[in-house]
Design a protein around this ligand. Structure first.
Ligand SMILES: [Zn+2]
Length: 364
């Protein structure tokens, strides 16, 4: 891959014509990127060998069939500080003493699906700026759909980055990868989520490494929605870039209200829309499910809680809270418990005290 040896790469691929075409497309797509490193590794210790008797039967005439999790690990130059880690479920078969990869979806029925990236759809157009790597889908024939051109993304990212730098004091590398799919079907394939993507202008996505740190944080825009006139694209991109910036301190116990609250606070330049009547802290599910009004209310409650912390105790205290909570990685206890501990140590009150102060007579 790194040397651009397509024939060498394809010599390890077998299987039906369509799969080989997919792998060739992926190779060409990846080669378009500023790849700093790229490595595939069979992780036998993670899930063992997932191949069932039915999988072996599918490849009659082979000497051996194995489906371990394959860890895909790559780094984009000028963008990724930590390697990006994704899972692939390649089927390895041995024929005549030689191993090759022959499929990537044999265990999809078990819920083990190979990660989908923009380069799986074909060539990627790469735009590099000092603090930005912008990847655009090429609108190829592999994913049919109406292609939408989204102009001006790099300029808007520059404005949004300045807003993040002005308000978020936490350390981060000030570099982002923004992905602009060519069409809505490409976006859907990339995100693979259950909720209605058309409510959103852009998304921040990430994976996690073995230490449960967030890696491969990407901002993915929704091409037909971002292109609609009247959208406040700067606010949305500053919101998503805040997710990128905070991801360097985040951990598995940071709930959605904390992440969405700070992203709204920064996105709206310190004055986000907040709920008229403050109520408790919204659960994670409130941000993706329910009516559009209910989702909007969850964001307003989150923004209200975070704004209150910042106004009353200062951004330094919020940062201390976020850093403390994010640093908890592999630990017993629930999110609720870890949030309570981190809040108490940073602002002196727990979630109940916070909600009481925020909604009480001395609230905002
Ligand atoms: Zn968000």
């Amino acid at each position: 891959m790194i040397d651009g040896d397509r024939a060498g790469f394809m010599a390890t691929v077998s299987g039906p014509r369509a799969f080989r075409a997919e792998q060739r497309r992926m190779f060409d797509g990846l080669r378009a990127l500023p790849l700093g490193s790229y490595r595939l590794r069979a992780e036998w210790g993670a899930l063992g060998d997932l191949a069932r008797r039915s999988d072996a039967a599918r490849y009659a005439g082979t000497e051996q069939v194995a489906i371990p999790v394959t860890e895909v690990r790559y780094r984009l130059r000028g963008a990724d500080v930590r390697p990006v880690i994704e899972d692939a479920y390649y089927t390895y078969v041995r024929r005549g003493g030689r191993w090759s990869v022959t499929s990537d979806d044999d265990v999809a029925d078990l819920g083990y699906t190979t990660a989908t990236d923009l380069w799986d759809f074909g060539r990627v157009a790469v735009q590099r700026r000092p603090r930005l790597v912008l990847l655009r889908g090429s609108c190829g024939a592999s994913v049919p759909g109406r292609c939408v051109h989204v102009p001006g993304v790099a300029a808007t990212v520059r404005v949004a980055s300045a807003r993040v730098d002005g308000l978020w004091p936490g350390p981060w590398p000030h570099r982002v990868v923004v992905i602009v799919p060519a069409s809505e079907p490409e976006l859907r394939r990339l995100l693979d989520v259950g909720f209605d993507v058309n409510r959103f202008v852009a998304f921040a996505t990430y994976g996690t490494d073995r230490a449960l740190r967030r890696t491969g944080v990407r901002v993915v825009v929704n091409p037909p929605v971002i292109a609609q006139p009247g959208r406040d694209v700067e606010v949305v991109l500053a919101h998503e870039l805040t997710h990128v910036a905070t991801s360097y301190l985040a951990g598995p116990f940071v709930p959605a209200w904390v992440d969405e609250g700070i992203a709204q606070y920064v996105g709206y330049d310190g004055s986000p829309p907040v709920a008229d009547r403050p109520s408790g802290l919204p659960p994670d599910a409130a941000f993706t499910s329910g009516t559009a009004g209910a989702i909007d209310n969850a964001y307003r409650r989150a923004a209200g809680a975070v704004s209150y912390i910042v106004h009353r105790w200062g951004m330094g205290s919020f940062l201390r809270f976020y850093r403390r909570l994010g640093a908890v990685r592999i630990a017993p206890g629930t999110t609720r418990y870890h949030v309570a501990v981190a809040l108490r140590r940073s602002i002196g009150v727990g979630p109940r005290g916070l909600v009481r102060a925020w909604t009480g007579p001395h609230g905002p």
